[in-house]
Design a protein around this ligand. Sequence first.
Ligand code: AMP
Length: 295
Amino acid sequence: MQVIEKVDQMRQKTNLLRNKSETIGLVPTMGYLHRGHLNLIEKSREQCTKVIISIFVNPTQFGPGEDLDKYPRDFEKDYKAALESGVDYIFKPDASEIYGEDYRTFVTVRGLNKIMCGSSRPLHFDGVCTVVLKLFNIIQPHKAYFGRKDYQQLVIIKKMIRDLNIPIDIVECPIVREADGLAMSSRNKYLNDKERKDATVLYRCLKTAAELIKNGNTDIDKIKKNINGIFNETPSVKEVDYFDFRDPEDLTEIDDIEKHLTGKPGCGILIASAIRIGSTRIIDNIIYKPDRALT
Ligand code: AMP
């Protein structure tokens, strides 16, 4: 496994790999790898002959006052995990390597960037799209792997791919959870013991909402009231940023569950939420489908 820090070197390497007819899989990450990331790597290994992961804590996707400086980093541990998972190259550039002096160009997927997480993080998705497009241009992978944990990100990237005719397959991977249901995230490290225990409330609420729908309760206001009751009983929950019911394909808000389920059979309902546990913001989602078990 080789670690590459420079854009030119990375590009030369992938040109060479392409000329040798290798299939290149890219797994973009911000490091501090956990099983969620490793699952993406494993999928990429199954489908591609060479696997590249990027480790880059992207400054443009953090807003002022967010956790850019304290975002967890442990390259030694990541190196070991990547090596053991069969990664071929780690692309680990500095911020100055990616954003040169007087950097001005950003990618905006209009509308989708301002809803859900975008309403409290208005520049976040522009930063994500910009860095992902840069990684795509530098590495030119055949396939790129993203987790459904960041569902809105996934929909936005797929939209960017279509809108800009980018010739890369986006492979979606399922959410990997801790034994008690909490979705794995590098940010879970911020949680103290009490907060960590209480953080399971998010998945419980998503499942409860899906179960209510499954049992025929389709009044969104009533479901939200029920869910708020559960959040309110959990002292570590300091804020519910959003708890939304949306179309999983285009993220439009669903205001009539029955109409949506009959009007778009098979589409399902994305139930997605972001809450603040102590000072840590966590996100999660599930997709409800009438004919499928809840996961
Ligand atoms: P991050 O390092 O948090 O930017 O995440 C890098 C990639 O890993 C993104 O595509 C995430 O959606 C994915 N990812 C992070 N956590 C999980 C998880 N628990 N399950 C599945 N994918 C995940």
